[in-house]
Ligand binder design. Structure first.
Ligand code: PLP
Length: 388
């Protein structure tokens, strides 16, 4: 059976060039980068080379890059690290209602330490407004410890006005973190241009390995480490470095940046073809997310009177892998917090699907989905008690 993978926002395959960059560091160059001998020094040099590469691709300095175990750890280190920093000023944290759980739940955990979490609303396209942030900071009267707002949303792909938002935080001298896990490798990311103080990324979203990520920490921004041990990563992330993972992350980012313009254009065209085809063929379907300010490879749509999970299962049966992008997978049947925050009624939010395209996808794949999905929706609607 034909297999069509349209879930690249969940994860991507490790590309061959990346695997090749990693392989020597498993069994030939296996030294511990903290050791003084040649084995150790070769591992150290490899890591520092990777750090320089990652820094230059993000517009940062090498000493501002901390390697971690992925996006979740980077978000935790940024958020808990800022909250525990000795100079921290306030007892409020400002975030948005549509963050990934790696940010939302980490902020919620801070409530137990006496922090109050302010979640900024979004408009119907999922955009956070600079004016809302300005007002939240003004209302808090200097009591805000930091702001954390994602660069691109993982469910609907909306790209937030980070430069503007970071400038508002800077005016109030409040540190600004952005979860750029879905943006890095897909759209240009330059930390200086954005004006952010901290930025999270994760290798497995751009054809690197799982379990490795990075946190950019602008020099002068003080955070506390989460774990204690050796003096690795400038005392901010104790633990023997994952050398193959770090090599893979750097190579994957390099390739993603080299190919970004052409690949984004190609995926944009395929995505638009999918969007238009589904809109034409499926009545009562609507687009979620910003029509323009959106990741080029991502399409989130709702189909009235059908349940996203049922569509996913039927698609899987014909070899198509997509996602609901919602919390339904946890068995709670809660509609997505992102779509709810965008003002979508639960009945429609339940029928949403996320398609995220990637390197392997072709025009033929899109035609296959356009052939298979409309009859699935029609059949499910006929079975639905809510159908007209
Ligand atoms: N933040 C966002 C926006 C994400 O989409 C994800 C993963 O889906 C994460 C954080 C977590 O990253 P990781 O899987 O590397 O822990």
């Amino acid at each position: 059976m034909k297999q069509v993978y349209l879930d690249h926002s969940a994860t991507t395959p490790v590309r061959q060039e990346v695997l090749e960059a990693m392989l020597p560091y498993f069994s030939e160059e296996y030294g511990n980068a903290s050791s003084v001998h040649g084995f150790g020094q070769r591992a150290r040099n490899a890591i520092e080379g990777a750090r320089e590469k990652v820094a230059s691709l993000l517009g940062a300095s090498p000493e501002e890059i901390i390697f971690t175990s992925g996006g979740t750890e980077s978000d935790n280190l940024a958020i808990k690290g800022l909250a525990a920093a000795p100079h921290v000023r306030g007892k409020q944290v400002v975030t948005s209602a549509i963050e990934h759980h790696a940010v939302l739940n980490t902020c919620t955990a801070l409530e137990k330490q006496g922090f109050a979490v302010v979640q900024l609303p979004v408009d119907r396209h999922g955009l956070v407004g600079a004016e809302e942030l300005r007002q939240a900071l003004a209302t808090a009267k200097g009591d805000v410890a930091f702001v954390s707002i994602m660069m691109a949303n993982n469910e609907v792909g909306t790209i937030e006005p980070i430069r503007e938002l970071a400038a508002v935080a800077a005016e109030a001298s409040v540190p600004f973190h952005t979860d750029a896990v879905q943006a890095v490798g897909k759209v240009p990311v330059d930390v200086r241009e954005l004006g952010v103080d901290l930025l999270s990324l994760s290798a497995h979203k751009f054809y690197g390995p799982k379990g490795v990520g990075a946190l950019y920490v602008r020099s002068g921004t003080r955070i506390q480490p989460l774990q204690h041990g050796g003096h690795h990563e400038k005392n901010l992330r104790a633990g023997t470095e994952n050398v193959p993972g770090i090599m893979g992350l750097a190579r994957a980012l390099e390739l993603a940046c080299e190919e970004m313009e052409t690949e984004a254009q190609r995926l944009h065209e395929l995505r638009d073809r999918l969007q238009e085809g589904l809109m034409d063929r499926i009545p009562d379907s609507l687009l979620n997310g910003h029509p323009v300010k959106r990741l080029p490879h991502l399409l989130n749509m709702s189909f009235e009177n059908v349940e996203g999970e049922s569509i996913l299962l039927s698609l899987d049966a014909v070899g198509i892998a997509a996602s609901t992008g919602s919390a339904c997978t946890s068995g709670t049947l809660e509609p997505s917090h992102v779509l709810t925050a965008m003002g979508m009624p639960p009945g429609i939010a339940h029928g949403s699907l996320r398609f995220s395209l990637g390197r392997v996808n072709t025009a033929e794949d899109i035609e296959y989905v356009l052939e298979k999905l409309p009859p699935i929706i029609e059949r499910l609607r006929q079975m639905s008690p809510f159908s007209k």
